[in-house]
Design a protein around this ligand. Structure first.
Ligand code: ADP
Length: 332
């Protein structure tokens, strides 16, 4: 069950972290899909290079696993600069943050994941750092207090967030470039799966790629994860390093992922709305309590795909099942 839940929740674990390093696209040319974002970013990077300046501060928003971290690494690679990686919740003291900022070299990329979770104090340090590459901090207290100004080297801040709505306006306004990542098409996911299979040294048929793409909830991280589980399944059950459609179907059945890509947790959420709340509308708090999950998990991880795929509708009075969801549950 843990394995299934982990697969579903789309959170990165240790295995993902290690493997995603090898599967991560290195250059903008390797980044599949998101055509408007890729072409816009290419122009901005080329222009910054021509002016010999760092790229403007850039914000990426969108559900987990769509490529925000990969893009930050790609930008550093394309600009030929170093990258420092941290996250909103990891910087809990202003002192730590000053250390990070003062260590940046000219043109370096500072990547802050989950930037909507920065503390207020740290966020206030960030404003002048982003705007004028300066920080002011107060040392000592009372009559001995003095402000020290510190000049930073011009750098590029790249922020990633699953919830751009939670960002404060002053922070959002300080980003020159802002892109929202969309769920990927099945064709794009197929192409990501086929490239990843090559990197993992496993053969895969094209209909098997599509079979996995259909179930990947529009998300490259899930696509790669389902590919790895299918590879395990092929190696254990058929003793082959070759994934065909039959293997995909069997592996997905074992993981209880249905042909629409809905998993245990998706189905539980839809079923609860149907049985406990007569199909909705139901408020997020009530839903979270019945499902025994955090509201954040529902809003960031489970719900976006269900809304996008047309299983769920969000109204002013709460979440509601669509006729498609009701007939899907009926079939189950
Ligand atoms: P996020 O930061 O949005 O949670 P990541 O950048 O960590 O997502 O992406 C998760 C994994 O999905 C990456 O390691 C990479 O293997 C794959 N991936 C994401 N986007 C793409 C893409 N556009 N093309 C190819 N692979 C991708």
């Amino acid at each position: 069950m843990e394995e299934i839940k982990r697969l579903i929740l789309n959170q990165e674990n240790e295995e993902d972290r290690v493997i995603s390093l090898s599967l991560r696209p290195e250059r903008l040319d390797d980044f599949v899909g998101q055509p408007d974002l890729v072409s816009g970013l290419r122009v901005a990077i080329t222009a910054a290079q021509k002016r010999n300046e760092p790229l403007e501060h850039t914000l990426f928003s969108g559900p987990p696993g769509l490529g925000k971290t990969s893009l930050a690494h790609i930008i550093a690679n394309e600009m030929n600069r170093r990258i420092t990686v941290t996250s909103g919740p990891a910087i809990d003291r202003a002192g730590d943050f000053i250390g990070i900022l003062t260590n940046l070299e000219e043109g370096d990329v500072l990547f802050i994941d989950e930037i909507h979770r920065l503390s207020k104090t740290v966020e206030e340090f960030l404003y002048p750092a982003m705007e004028n590459f300066k920080i002011d901090f107060i040392v000592d207290k009372g009559p001995y207090a003095k402000t020290i100004n510190f000049n930073l080297k011009p750098f590029t801040l790249i922020g990633a967030t699953t919830r751009s709505g939670l960002l404060t306006t002053p922070l959002r306004d300080r980003f020159g470039i802002f892109y929202h990542l969309e769920f990927y098409s099945q064709q794009d996911l197929s192409s990501i799966i086929s490239t990843s299979a090559g990197k993992l040294n496993v053969a895969i048929d094209s209909d098997a790629c599509l079979g996995l793409a259909l179930r990947a909830r529009g998300t490259p991280r899930i696509a790669n994860r389902l590919l790895r589980r299918s590879r395990d399944y092929a190696q254990v059950n058929s003793n082959k390093n070759h994934i065909d459609l039959k293997i995909v179907n069997e592996a997905m059945k074992a993981l209880r992922i249905d042909p629409q890509g809905l998993d245990e947790l998706d189905r539980r959420l839809l079923t609860i709305i149907k049985t406990n709340y007569s199909g909705g509308p139901v408020g997020i708090e009530a839903l979270a309590a019945t499902l025994n999950e955090e509201t954040d998990t529902i809003e960031d991880v489970i719900e976006p795909y269900l809304l996008k795929a047309g299983f769920l509708r969000r109204t002013s009075r709460g979440r509601e099942l669509t006729p498609m969801a009701i007939s899907h549950l009926g079939i189950k």
